[in-house]
Design a protein around this ligand. Sequence first.
Ligand code: SF4
Length: 427
Amino acid sequence: MTLSASVDLTIRDISTGTRAGSTCTTDLLTAPWDVDVSPGYGPGASMADPIPATAPRQGELPQRYRDATADELDARVRAAKSALGDRVVVLGHFYQRDEVVQYADYVGDSFQLANAAKARTEAEAIVFCGVHFMAETADLLSGPAQSVILPNLAAGCSMADMASIDQVEECWEQLTELYGTQPDAQGRVPVIPVTYMNSSAAIKGFCGRNGGIVCTSSNAETVLEWAFERGQRVLFFPDQHLGRNTAKHMGVPLERMPMWNPARPLGGNVHEQLDDARVILWQGFCSVHKRFSVAQIEKARAEHPGVRVIVHPECPMDVVDAADEYGSTDYIRKAIEAAPAGTTFAIGTEINLVQRLAAQHPEHTIFCLDPVVCPCSTMYRIHPGYLAWVLESLVDGEVVNRISVADDVAEPARVALERMLAAKPKA
Ligand code: SF4
């Protein structure tokens, strides 16, 4: 793959004044191993989000990787991959930097990648160049003899971290106290929990144990339909925006979507708001998609008459309403592929994907709605240095940074994922 789509090079060029533009922080040039020594999500969109004390920390990367040049790391990664052959599969998320994605055997969204891992039964090791919850999902779906490896343990997800299992259990206790667990005359239970794929395995397990289900940004509407048939209310976490945008599109009025703030009793609601709720929205968000605004859309339309604006459903509701279309990363990719040559697109999603799409489709004009270059800080923690380290460790017979979900969590989490697979899209 060509590196013309590289966000890293764009950041370097902007930071050194070789290119016009701005980035959200000058710290983006700091090597991830220097960032790993301090707590926090690191430079990028999530850097201002509070990080839980329990978030995994990455140990020190051996000096030989920290000192290596880009060319040396490239040679090391290629040699290790070739030595391992089919014993390893490398997965690269759409939002991952090009300097890492170039080594991926598969590139996709979290669910596509977990399924790709599942299909490669001969691979002993699955190296997931994404974030922590994605590696957990790959572990849930892969075979028992396969090891899933996250090259940098500090690559979490600030949105997934906004709903901890303790907070969710506490919320559930309060809702169960209010409504019990008995179904109504139509057989609908008081509350059905629905979690976005971007959540920990513990939360997926919670859903599996409590009659709930997982959704992706592609099938959220189908999954909500499934849940509405079975429950009087849906408890949706962790992303308020995906929940609100999807339920609103399905005709649920905003006043029937109270927000749950885990720091307050009853989530900061009065009893009546919850009685009447159709969807209770957890107060979580993605700091990458929160950056998009209606003003950016207006500017794009003024500067590029006829521009097609497509945003991700993790964007705030006013942005989704102002866009021409909204959809998952897969939807965005397919819409660009299907468009007649010469179309201009303004895209509201992570910059690495937008720049890669622009490089792959020179027949179109494609740009990111946000003019400030600000990658997902947690994806950004994966660097070729970490990839070289985990791959060379495998060559030496050592599995480092293994992500393994405990059986008591994995079993119900798989139940919630299987329910999602069985929930069919509308005709
Ligand atoms: S883009 Fe947002 S939801 Fe996706 S990994 Fe980054 S912080 Fe998490």
